[in-house]
Design a protein around this ligand. Structure first.
Ligand code: MN3
Length: 200
């Protein structure tokens, strides 16, 4: 069964005013769909990979045939990243993190505010396109990292707990060149319940 774009778990307009409806429509229906289509096209050449999850493909990229390795890295990455992204947002989200993830963030970063600052800084400084993440590192520590393009942290053995998309397509229509403003606004739609699930 070919990979498919999961439906958005809310309306395109649900994250207004922080993320506008037109951005959500294009981002989900066009950008995410393109990653899925390109992934399926690449995998058609190697049917033995058809039943592997995107995560399994990315965790072991060296076992993916070389002729499709870059396509899988970019497009399985794009599919996995965006599938998480829609889930870790919700209307009327935000606020300080509850549950275990809130405690662990405080322990690792000093305070929620210090964590937000580090996350926003890493997202602002990512040159070009990419993502900013909270991960549980390979060594078991909570860390803020950023990755280029559609690289998912699992490629380097980290567990992605949450991430924000800093490609221009994620914010340009509403925020134009003001990426830091988007990064700040994004905290209003963060779904801490889902992030706590991912943390476990
Ligand atoms: Mn995107």
């Amino acid at each position: 069964m070919a990979h498919q774009v999961p439906p958005l778990p809310y309306e395109y307009s649900a994250l207004e005013p922080y993320i506008d409806s037109q951005t959500m429509t294009l981002h989900h229906d066009k950008h995410h769909a393109a990653y899925v289509n390109n992934l399926n096209a690449a995998l058609e050449k190697h049917p033995q990979l058809a039943n592997k999850s995107v995560e399994d493909l990315l965790r072991d990229l060296n076992s993916v045939p070389e002729d499709i390795r870059t396509a899988v890295r970019n497009n399985a990455g794009g599919h996995m990243n965006h599938t998480m992204f829609w889930q870790i947002m919700k209307p009327k989200g935000g606020g300080p993190p509850a549950g275990r993830v809130g405690d662990e963030i405080k322990r690792a970063f000093g305070s929620f505010e210090d964590f937000q600052k580090q996350f926003n800084d890493a997202g602002t400084k990512r040159f070009g396109s990419g993502w900013v993440w909270l991960v549980r590192s390979k060594a078991g520590k909570l860390e803020v990292i950023s990755t280029a393009n559609q690289d998912n942290p699992v490629i380097d053995g980290h567990h992605p707990i949450m991430g924000n998309d800093v490609w221009e397509h994620a914010y340009y229509m509403k925020y134009q060149n003001r990426r830091p403003e988007y990064l700040t606004a994004w905290w209003n739609v963060v779904n801490w319940d889902e992030i706590n699930k991912r943390f476990k």
